[in-house]
Design a protein around this ligand. Structure first.
Ligand SMILES: *[C@@H]1O[C@H](CO)[C@@H](O)[C@H](O)[C@H]1NC(C)=O
Length: 473
């Protein structure tokens, strides 16, 4: 779970027809269409011409109040998915805008700092047949908008997923899991829940049990065990496994040492950057310093727990060092290089030293600069906290690019479970979703009872009863 709510905020968009439907003739909306900002409807913004190189008669500026915006009205012959791009000059530094579709579905788009005009890909919008509005709302503000362009999205080409796990010694259970996952990818999504107790809660609410249960090895971290924690994640994982379920494991790795343990930053929040002065870059600078030794001690302690799962025949969707790129956890606090190095050490130690062959390695950052490389990653994933039960297509498409469509992609942690009609319209082929536990799954602001029911009873969403026998797939 992240310390901040981030990324996209989707509302519900009425879906009138299939996004794949071929147009009957050559409709007016077939090609790319550009809309000049100065011709759009302004809300608290103004037209200017001082920054040379704009198209049309000018551009829109003055995004300084939170509500300042420019509203484009665009039509579509049918309900259809479009690629959106924005011509912008972020002359005051890195900025962000909020793209609001028809007054509801909202996504955030980053504008990289630059001295001149540039065109930024802004994800996809599912337009209704007829008239639609696209608002660019201030967000960080202080940028210049020249125009937007929309073009019908090409339908997604066939995925090219690798046939084997990266660990050539992977055991039969891990291989069977991977084979099963490949067989459903792009066709269905596995439902999932963080913590067994909330999986049981979903069963009460919807009559369906999640296919995937995710557990956290946090309380096996040595700096917590020293303070009296007793982990139960392994037992919970085995319970779900014995019912035919699939297990995902993450690890809020409490820093090995250097916990502040103050009123403000308790020892049990020691995975947060702001709760420890543990310096991962310094620790990794030599293999002989004391803190390197502590990192290995911790990895070895976690290996014991993963080994218990291996011995019980449980293959694991293993997602350590999650959200590294966010920087709010100590393993990401010193930038990409130490995080990638630590990933490599973890992979090597668990695979080659501890001979853990039940692990499917799940990477969990979006950016290319943070990616540890194809050789140690089986599956890509994102953590997305955005209300509205949307398809999170921006993150999905970013990960398609990162993995060149050779790695499957999972929504490893979400605040809001995605609605299946949205997933299909956007062709956002997430392999599974796992909703975070307390205050997310059981909070109607994030997941209303109606939406949970709709999701858990959808044909597109696989639940525990529907995946029985996956080992023999
Ligand atoms: C190890 O990390 C702790 C906590 O940040 C720090 O106080 C200590 O100086 C480090 N030790 C070494 C040998 O760098």
């Amino acid at each position: 779970m992240a310390s901040t709510l981030k990324y996209l905020l989707y509302g519900l968009v009425a879906l009138a027809g299939s996004a794949n439907a071929a147009p009957a003739c050559t409709p007016a909306d077939a090609g790319a269409r550009t809309f000049e900002a100065e011709d759009a409807t302004l809300g608290g913004t103004t037209v200017d011409t001082a920054q040379a190189g704009f198209t049309g008669k000018g551009y829109v500026t003055g995004f300084d109040e939170a509500t300042d915006k420019v509203t484009f009205t665009v039509t579509s012959d049918t309900s259809k998915l479009y690629d959106l791009s924005i011509r912008v000059a972020a002359i005051y530094g890195d900025k962000r805008t909020s793209v609001v579709l028809n007054g509801g579905a909202t996504s955030e788009v980053a504008f990289p700092a630059g001295t001149t005009w540039t065109t930024v890909a802004a994800g996809q919008v599912l337009l209704n047949a007829g008239s639609n509005t696209i608002d660019l709302v201030s967000n960080w503000g202080w940028y210049l908008i020249d125009s937007i362009t929309i073009a019908p999205s090409a339908s997604r080409p066939a995925h090219q997923i690798n046939t084997a796990l990266v660990n050539t010694a992977a055991d039969a259970n891990a291989k069977a899991l991977y084979t099963y996952l490949r067989s459903i990818y792009g066709k269905k999504i596995l439902s999932g829940q963080q913590e067994l107790v909330y999986a049981n809660w979903i069963a009460q609410q919807t009559g369906k049990t999640p296919a995937v249960v995710a557990v956290d090895l946090m309380d096996y971290s040595p700096s917590r065990v020293e303070r009296g924690t007793v982990g139960t994640a392994v037992e919970e994982a085995i319970q779900h496994h014995e019912k035919g379920g699939i297990i995902s494991v993450l690890w809020h790795w409490n820093a090995p040492t250097g916990l502040y343990d103050t009123e403000e930053h308790k020892w049990w929040s020691g995975f947060y950057t702001d709760a420890t002065d543990f310096d991962v870059a310094a620790a990794l600078s030599s293999t002989t310093n004391a803190n390197y030794t502590l990192l290995i001690r911790d990895i070895d302690a976690i290996a014991v727990q993963l080994k218990r799962l291996q011995d019980a025949g449980v293959p694991v969707l293993w997602r350590p060092l999650h959200e590294a790129e966010g920087g709010w956890f100590w393993w990401g606090a010193k930038g990409a290089e130490p995080a990638k190095k630590l990933w490599g050490i973890l992979y090597d130690r668990l695979t080659n030293y501890h001979k853990l062959n039940n692990l499917v390695w799940v990477w969990n950052s979006l950016q290319t600069t943070w990616y540890p490389g194809d050789a140690t990653v089986d599956i890509l994933s994102a953590d997305v906290y955005a209300k509205g039960n949307g398809p999170m297509s921006t993150e999905y498409n970013t990960l398609i690019d990162l993995g060149k469509d050779k790695k499957m992609i999972a929504a490893a942690e979400v605040g809001a479970a995605p609605l299946p009609d949205q997933l299909q319209a956007y062709e956002a082929h997430w392999l599974w979703f796992v909703v975070w536990g307390d205050s997310f799954i059981n909070n109607a602001e994030w997941n209303s009872p109606e939406n949970l029911k709709k999701i858990y009873t959808s044909d597109y969403v696989l639940t525990l009863d529907e995946i029985q026998g996956w080992r023999n797939a």
